[in-house]
Design a protein around this ligand. Structure first.
Ligand SMILES: Cc1cc2nc3c(=O)[nH]c(=O)nc-3n(C[C@H](O)[C@H](O)[C@H](O)COP(=O)(O)OP(=O)(O)OC[C@H]3O[C@@H](n4cnc5c(N)ncnc54)[C@H](O)[C@@H]3O)c2cc1C
Length: 417
C-alpha cells in the first residue's frame, strides 16, 4: 500500500488542461505542483482577447462541478443556442438548435486567458495545490520510481509527472514519446470583428474550397452594442491566409463579408490579426512509467470544429478519475494499470475526432463535381434526418458514453457513483 498523501504529482504547464487537472487532483486531497513559464494569469478587462474557445456541455459541467465556472466574469461569457454550417460552393446547409438537442445551450464562447485566470483563482483556495508561475522546466530525468524536474538551479521530485505543456511539449520529447507533427496544409487567422446585425447567439461556419471560416458569437460589448461582436477563425492555405493578414482592414472586411454571404451585414475589423500554422500531432503513447500527457501535449487537431481544448479538459478529468481511484485503493498515483486505463479511455476517442476533422477538411477541398454534389446532398440529408443530426449534435456537445463523473450534471454524477 502506498500513502498517497506523501506522494507528489507535478504538472508541467498551467494552461487550461494543466490547470483543471491540478484543481481536480487537489480537490481529492492529492499533493500537486503546477509549474508554468508564463506570468500569473490575470482576469481580462477591456477589449476581447484574440484566443478564444468554444466550450461543450461536458466542459461546462466540469467547470461547474469544480467551482471554476462561478469565478468567471459572466459578462464575458457568451452562450450560443444555434449552429449553422454551410457549403459556400452549393446549397448544402446544416442547422442545429439547442431545442432540437433537448438543451438550453449548445456551447459557450470565452477567452482562453479568462478561463486560465479562473482556474488559477480556484487553485488559490486549495491547500494541496501549489501553482507556480514564471517557472520554466528546463529538463526532466527518470530517477528510479520518480522523475527529477529541473527548473534553473531548483530540483523537484515527482511520483507522477504530467506533461500539459502544449503542442510543442518538451515533456513528451524528454520521455522519448514521438508525436508528429503533420502539416495540415492550413494556417488559421484569428481576429475580432464588429457586425451590423446581431449574431443572435448563433455560431456560424462556412466551408470553402480554400478552408473553413467560423464566425463565433462573442459577449456583448458596450462600444460595439448588443451581440454585435464575433471572433473569427479563418483557416486555409498559407498564401491565402497570409494575404488576408497583410491586406488593408477594409479589403479584409469586404472579403469576409463576401465569404459569409453577408450573414451579419457589414463587418468591421476591430482587432489585430494573428496567424497560427496548423500542425496536427498525436503522441504515439499518452503514458510512460510514472508519466502521462494531457491536452495539446498528447494531441493537436484542426480547430475547424472547436474541439481541441474540450478534448484536453476531458483528458484531465479522466486522468484525475483514474489516479484518484488508484490512490484510494492504496496503489499510488502512478499505478501502471490506472495510467493504462487513462490511455485506453482517451486515445481512441481523440483519434476519432482528429480523423473526422481531417476528413472534413479534405472533403471540402474537393472540386470534382460528383463530390461537390455528394457533400451538398449529404448536408441536406443530415439536416433532414433527425437521428443523424442528433449524432452530430451530441458530438458537438461533448456527450459520450464514457464521460468521467466530473463532466456530468450533478444528478447523473450522483447516480453513477
Ligand atoms: C486558431 C485556433 C483556434 C482554436 N479554437 C478552439 C476552440 O474554439 N475550441 C477548442 O476546444 N479548442 C480550440 N483550439 C485548440 C485550443 O486552443 C488548444 O487545444 C488548447 O489551448 C490547449 O490547451 P493546453 O492547456 O493543452 O495547452 P496550452 O494552452 O498550449 O498550454 C500549455 C502551457 O504550458 C506552459 N509551458 C510550456 N512549456 C513549459 C515548460 N517547459 N515549463 C513550464 N511551462 C511550460 C505554457 O506556458 C502554457 O501555459 C484552437 C486552436 C487554434 C490554434
Amino acid at each position: 500500500m502506498t500513502d498517497s498523501n506523501e506522494q507528489h504529482i507535478i504538472i508541467v504547464g498551467g494552461g487550461m488542461t494543466g490547470g483543471l487537472l491540478g484543481v481536480l487532483l487537489a480537490e481529492a486531497g492529492l499533493r500537486v505542483t503546477v509549474l508554468d513559464g508564463a506570468p500569473v494569469p490575470a482576469m481580462p478587462s477591456g477589449a476581447a482577447q484574440l484566443r478564444v474557445s468554444t466550450l461543450t456541455e461536458a466542459s461546462h459541467w466540469l467547470l461547474r462541478n469544480t467551482g471554476v465556472w462561478g469565478l468567471l466574469d459572466a459578462s464575458r461569457v457568451q452562450p450560443y443556442n444555434a449552429m449553422q454550417v454551410w457549403d459556400q460552393d452549393g446549397t448544402g446547409e446544416v442547422t442545429f438548435t439547442a431545442e432540437e438537442a433537448g438543451t438550453d445551450t449548445l456551447g459557450w464562447l470565452l477567452e482562453n486567458g479568462h478561463l486560465t485566470a479562473a482556474l488559477y483563482r480556484r487553485a488559490e483556495t486549495l491547500d494541496c495545490l501549489d501553482w507556480q508561475c514564471g517557472i520554466s522546466v528546463d529538463s526532466v530525468r527518470r530517477e528510479g520510481e520518480q522523475w527529477q524536474v529541473q527548473c534553473g538551479d531548483r530540483q523537484l521530485m515527482a511520483d507522477l509527472l504530467v506533461g500539459a505543456d502544449g503542442a510543442r511539449s518538451r515533456v513528451r520529447e524528454w520521455a522519448g514519446i514521438s508525436g508528429g507533427p503533420r502539416d495540415s496544409g492550413h494556417h488559421a487567422l484569428v481576429a475580432t470583428i464588429a457586425t451590423a446585425r446581431p449574431h443572435g447567439g448563433c455560431a456560424r461556419q462556412v466551408f470553402m474550397e480554400s478552408g473553413p471560416l467560423a464566425l463565433l458569437p462573442l459577449y456583448s460589448d458596450v462600444q460595439q452594442g448588443e451581440q454585435r461582436q464575433c471572433s473569427i477563425v479563418w483557416s486555409g492555405w498559407p498564401e491565402r491566409i497570409n494575404d488576408l493578414k497583410q491586406c488593408d482592414p477594409e479589403r479584409f472586411a469586404m472579403e469576409l463579408q463576401a465569404a459569409v454571404a453577408d450573414a451579419l451585414g457589414e463587418v468591421t475589423l476591430i482587432s489585430e490579426r494573428a496567424v497560427f500554422p496548423i500542425q496536427e500531432r498525436h503522441a504515439s503513447s499518452y503514458v510512460a512509467p510514472f508519466l502521462a500527457l494531457v491536452g495539446d501535449a498528447a494531441h493537436v487537431i484542426h480547430p475547424l470544429a472547436g474541439q481541441g481544448v474540450n478534448l484536453g479538459l476531458l483528458d484531465a478529468a479522466v486522468l484525475a478519475e483514474e489516479v484518484i481511484r488508484a490512490c484510494e485503493a492504496g496503489l499510488g498515483c502512478a499505478d501502471v494499470q490506472a495510467l493504462a486505463r487513462y490511455q485506453r479511455r482517451r486515445r481512441g476517442e481523440n483519434l476519432v475526432m482528429q480523423n473526422a476533422m481531417r476528413g472534413f477538411q479534405q472533403l471540402f477541398e474537393q472540386r470534382a463535381l460528383p463530390l461537390r454534389w455528394l457533400r451538398n446532398t449529404g448536408m441536406k440529408l443530415v439536416n433532414q434526418a433527425g437521428p443523424v443530426k442528433g449524432f452530430f449534435a451530441n458530438r458537438a456537445l461533448g456527450r459520450s458514453a464514457d464521460l468521467p463523473v466530473s463532466a456530468r450534471p450533478p444528478s447523473t454524477a450522483r447516480n453513477s457513483g
